[in-house]
Ligand binder design. Structure first.
Ligand code: HEC
Length: 556
């Protein structure tokens, strides 16, 4: 009993002893320099610098408050639910120290012992880029109002294929630009959205569009304040071809005066081509997002079973304003749960891509789950609708979204994206049986994986869903040719051309199908029609010559 009392007395004294020793020089400067200075310095996003004793002292009370509430440093993922590189989180001891220091009247300690303020690279942090690309025109952010979402279309001028190992984004005034996402656009989709060339276009999200035959790009190119550009390891550089555009999708916040924003990006190339092929895998169930006004906990979920072994490299959880709790986890085949991310208090202002310190291995058969929760009541301070109204999925800030993106690298050598894409398309069709695009992707994949027979009903369904879509008719034609149903294929190609007379690809396919049916005069007519527009195309010239030769041979 007596021993117990003595022990208690020692414990109770301990905090008082350490309390005496808390100074800026020894305790606080190292915390602030490591966890705050990247943003709280001139030119960065923080509203004031935190580089000297005076800076920190001036804001001391506020600093104690925002560190205790975990508003600062901004870091959404919960500890113990994914181990992330660049994690910026204070330990409970550090938070305690700051509070104590402020309570003690912010003593400086010996000035000579204050560590040197951290050094940050001036200009490009990775050194001079191999290519600098600037947005063609500035966008003027209005002085006030709600958040602004703007997309800039940047066109890198390159004359040959390049492999990009890093992208550094200089978004413009960092007090205004909250985050930016770079999307590789290989189909001139961005340009089609612009009212005039170089004008850019509005929109919170990009319909991550890609041509149905294009493999995924598989990289997150994300910028957030205080984040460092990421350098891809050898073999993971991504490909940039002449004519590809880069769309910079920015989230901006008015500052009280009009501001001109014109992002610049620096590209860093390597000679080492891509040899490992990650993919961005998305869980979502946007069509289930129909949140009645006043509902405090509206769940949205999705589950996807992995068809192969993968390593997860990074994660991006995304929603608009109403989300509260966001969870992503994996259930391994043996039933154990592996957390991928857990965000207990979503704040879309601080959204980010999080890269795992070590890749997270998920074996084949693992089920990946997304469990998101939304609060559409007036009690949610972030609710953009006053009073709350029915909220559905959409591209505007007053709509909602729920996406869990994972960057995964299939195990084994070679490129396994088609297999993964096939499983994802089938998963999409389970959720959306009438989804045109998923049918097209799956049909094209099956065709590419030489399973034309299985592709026929899938592409037929695409045509049924969207009979006026020439791409679907063309794909069905190609599929029917592969299973030997040439006369029907010819009808589909003709339908595609009737819908879009300048559809060269369909016309070329038609000409070849006509040749294979020995209908030479009709084939010649089609080849000539293409040459009228593309007089120098070698494939078409060769096709025409062969068709004319065959027609003559038959006359002899
Ligand atoms: C990722 C960049 C970033 C980091 C890291 C960061 N801050 Fe901030 N901080 C900001 C931004 C941006 C704001 C303005 C927030 C706003 O207006 O919503 C801010 C605001 C603040 C404020 C004012 C809060 C208020 O209510 O107005 C304080 C105090 C602060 N930060 C302290 C810190 C401290 C202390 C740290 C380190 C422990 C830190 N910050 C780390 C970007 C950062």
């Amino acid at each position: 009993m007596a021993r117990g009392v003595a022990g208690f007395a020692v414990l109770a004294l301990a905090p008082a002893c350490t309390a005496q020793t808390i100074t800026f020089a020894h305790d606080i400067a190292p915390i602030v320099y490591e966890h705050c200075a990247s943003c709280h310095r001139p030119g960065e996003s923080g509203p004031f610098p935190l580089l000297t004793y005076d800076d920190v002292k001036k804001h001391a009370a506020q600093i104690a408050t925002v560190t205790k509430s975990k508003f600062m440093p901004p870091w959404l993922p919960e500890a113990g639910h994914g181990d992330f590189a660049d994690e910026n989180r204070l330990t409970p001891e550090q938070i305690g120290k700051i509070g104590e220091w402020v309570a003690q009247g912010t003593p400086e300690g010996p000035e000579s012992e204050i560590p040197p303020a951290p050094k940050f690279a001036e200009g490009w942090s990775l050194g001079t880029p191999d290519l600098i690309v600037e947005a063609p025109k500035a966008f003027t952010v209005p002085p006030d109002g709600t958040d602004v979402y703007w997309n800039f279309v940047l066109s890198p001028s390159i004359t040959k294929r390049r492999y990009v190992r890093a992208v550094e984004v200089r978004p413009g005034e960092k007090r205004i630009v909250h985050h930016a996402n770079v999307i590789i656009d290989r189909s001139e989709w961005g340009r089609e959205q612009e009212a005039s060339p170089g004008s850019g276009f509005a929109g919170m999200e990009l319909a991550n569009r890609r041509s149905v035959f294009d493999p995924d790009d598989g990289h997150f190119l994300f910028w957030r304040p205080g984040g460092a550009p990421y350098i891809e390891p050898d073999g993971l550089a991504w490909t940039l071809d002449p004519g590809n555009d880069l769309i910079v999708n920015t989230h901006m916040r008015p500052s009280g005066k009009p501001e001109q924003i014109r992002p610049t990006i620096g590209l860093y190339f390597t000679d080492k081509p891509q040899s490992r092929f990650p993919m961005l895998l998305q869980l979502e169930h946007d069509s289930a997002i129909k949140i009645p006004p006043g509902v405090r906990d509206f769940p949205v979920s999705d589950d996807f079973k992995l068809p192969m072994d993968v390593d997860v490299l990074s994660v991006f959880a995304h929603a608009h304003y109403l989300a509260t709790l966001m969870e992503g986890y994996a259930t391994l085949p043996d039933g154990t749960r592996k957390w991928l991310i857990r965000i207990p208090q979503w704040d879309q202002s601080w959204q980010s891509v999080y890269r795992y310190r070590e890749p997270v291995f998920l074996p084949k058969g693992t089920v990946i789950s997304m469990r998101y929760h939304y609060d559409n009541s007036a009690a949610n301070v972030r609710n953009p609708n006053h009073p709350p109204k029915l909220v559905e999925a959409g591209n505007h800030a007053t709509d909602e979204m729920g996406h869990l993106w994972l960057q995964v690298l299939p195990r084994g050598t070679g490129d396994h994206r088609l297999e993964l894409d096939e499983a994802l398309s089938r998963h999409t069709l389970e959720k959306y049986p009438d989804d045109y695009r998923a049918h097209m992707v799956l049909g094209a994949l099956l065709l590419a994986r030489t399973n034309a027979q299985a592709a026929v009903p899938i592409v037929e369904a695409a045509v049924r869903i969207n009979p006026k879509e020439p791409e679907a008719r063309n794909l069905l034609g190609a599929t029917l040719v592969r299973v030997g149903r040439v006369p029907e294929a010819i009808e589909q190609y003709k339908a595609a051309i009737a819908l879009r007379p300048d559809f060269v690809n369909a016309r070329f396919n038609l000409a070849r199908a006509l040749v294979s049916s020995a209908r030479y005069p009709e084939a010649i007519e089609q080849y000539k029609a293409i040459l009228a527009v593309y007089p120098d195309d070698p494939d078409v010239k060769q096709g025409l010559a062969q068709a004319e030769e065959a027609a003559k041979a038959r006359q002899r």
